[in-house]
Ligand binder design. Structure first.
Ligand SMILES: [Ca+2]
Length: 490
């Protein structure tokens, strides 16, 4: 594999960016990514829980994607995939615990900020980073260490520690605005990577928003009382059950509730916090959009809004993510860039988190490194046909790759259980088409699941062993093998 320096040299990034004879008009780039935020927190995706005028503005004036999926539904791996435009097995960040050697793993591959910086962009990263190594490719960076804190958070600013008073979403936005204001008078285009901690657990809203939903109930998801019948891996993932894992977060949980009442109490409590924390993101996005409006930059800025992974917001009775099931797999994606992104367009073709990097580079007129496995969704933004656009997507999840099959031990009843982690989801890989999803838990005696998403959009009935579906199983297995070869994961 080429070193990063060699890769950048090969790309000839010092050459002027030309497309044919006309120079490319280089947009500023605002890449906004939140943590664990699902589309249903946003009015433009149909939420009626809280109004979200700024998310809705991006959807109205830009493109709203309904099938944006992540390639590994976990914080650090998804962030590494966004940066490198490549799957976890290529960039080396398979789980959240890739620590000391993460730099060596990710560094052989060019990241989009590195390419943009070489191409003459001013670059900055503020907020949640969540990779073990320090950011590269940025003129300025100020990140939350690890998961970061919601209140009076520590930051690392270009390598130096500092504490900033306030609420993380507000403070991160202040950092973004300060940096943007510093660009006044410059002629270079800029790229700002603006990433929030919210609404990640422990789901703390800003104090001014902490009572927005008092006296209201958040609707229960259709799968809230899932019995996990036909899905052995889901049945065993007890740690994902909100009533088991979230109870310690809420010492005020009344002691005299029945089991179903306790589950409902915890759901209402954490879902309200989650919605209120998301509301603060919308409000702060509004501050940045107002700055762009005031300075006349809105229409020359490519704005991409997404989340690092999806989330079970009570779906299947769970919280958290990791599984390839729909609530965890799907993320919001809004893209605003007048002239290139058709206002109000709703796009249902499949896009992946590895597509953002090539899209930004292509629209910036910068070459896309060969190591990037994603594909620019520029044609989709214009609602145009894209030749051979993907009809299926490939998913991988690796954490907890030790043997979890010792049925004699249970994480919640046996204190000697050595392999307990907060989330006992076995590694798996899978393929999703418009109609079907096949999942392979290869460490679990080759346990398979097949879902017919047309008949069963909530993925409650595993039809893998049903005779009628055997031709589909065969076709989907072939497609899974094909994708593993395409993405060099064999
Ligand atoms: Ca996350």
């Amino acid at each position: 594999m080429m070193t990063r320096r060699e890769a950048l040299r090969t790309l000839g990034l010092s050459a002027p960016t030309m497309l044919g004879a006309a120079p490319v008009k280089r947009p500023n780039i605002l890449f906004v990514m939140t943590d664990d935020q699902v589309p249903q927190t946003m009015g433009c995706y149909g939420s009626t829980v809280l109004s979200t005028p700024n998310f809705d503005r991006l959807a109205r004036e830009g493109v709203r994607f309904t099938n944006c999926f992540v390639t590994n539904s976990l914080c650090a791996p998804s962030r590494a995939s966004v940066l490198t435009g490549a799957y976890s097995h290529i960039n080396g960040i398979r789980g959240n615990s890739e620590a000391a050697d993460a730099v060596e793993k990710i560094n052989p591959i060019a990241t989009y900020p590195e390419v943009l910086q070489k191409a003459g962009y001013k670059t900055a990263m503020v907020g949640k980073w969540h990779l073990a190594h320090n950011p590269t490719g940025f003129d300025y960076w100020c990140i939350l260490p690890g998961q970061g804190l919601y209140f009076d958070p520590d930051f690392i600013e270009n390598g130096a520690k500092k504490k900033i008073s306030g609420y993380a979403t507000d403070v991160t936005t202040d950092l973004a605005l300060n940096w943007l204001k510093g660009r006044a008078g410059e002629t270079q285009p800029w790229c700002l990577v603006f990433q929030h901690k919210a609404p990640h657990r422990p789901f703390k809203p800003a104090p001014r928003h902490a009572h927005l939903l008092d006296g209201k109930d958040v609707p229960y998801p259709a799968t809230f009382d899932d019995d996990y019948k036909t899905r052995q891996m889901a049945l065993e993932a007890k740690d994902m059950k909100l009533e088991l894992s979230l109870a310690p977060d809420y010492p005020e949980l009344p002691a005299d509730l029945s089991a179903p009442e306790k589950k409902k109490w915890l759901f209402q409590r954490f879902a309200k916090d989650y919605y209120e924390a998301s509301y603060s993101i919308d409000e702060n996005l509004g501050r940045v959009l107002a700055h762009l409006d005031r300075t006349g930059q809105t229409d020359n800025t490519l704005i991409i809004y997404t989340a690092d992974n999806g989330f079970f917001l009570g779906d299947h009775g769970w919280y958290d993510k990791r599984f390839m099931y729909e609530p965890s797999l799907r993320v919001p994606l809004l893209v605003r860039y007048p002239g290139k992104a058709k206002a109000g367009h709703v796009e249902s073709r499949f896009v992946l988190n590895i597509d953002h990097a090539p899209t930004m580079l292509q629209l910036a007129g910068a070459p896309v490194p060969a190591s990037m496995q994603g594909r620019a969704y520029t044609a989709l933004l214009a609602s145009k046909p894209a030749k051979d656009w993907r009809k299926s997507m490939y998913y991988t999840y690796y954490e907890n790759s030790w043997n979890l099959r010792d049925k004699s031990k249970d994480a919640f009843t046996d204190p000697s259980f050595q392999f307990f982690t907060a989330h006992r989801v076995s590694p798996h890989r899978g393929v999703r088409t418009e109609r079907y999803k096949l999942i392979h838990y290869y460490s679990e005696n080759n346990y398979w699941e097949l879902f017919d998403l047309k008949k069963d959009p909530n993925e409650l009935r595993n039809v893998y062993a049903e005779l009628d579906y055997s031709p589909i199983v065969a076709t989907m297995k072939k497609e899974l093998d094909r994708l593993r070869r395409v993405y060099k994961d064999v």
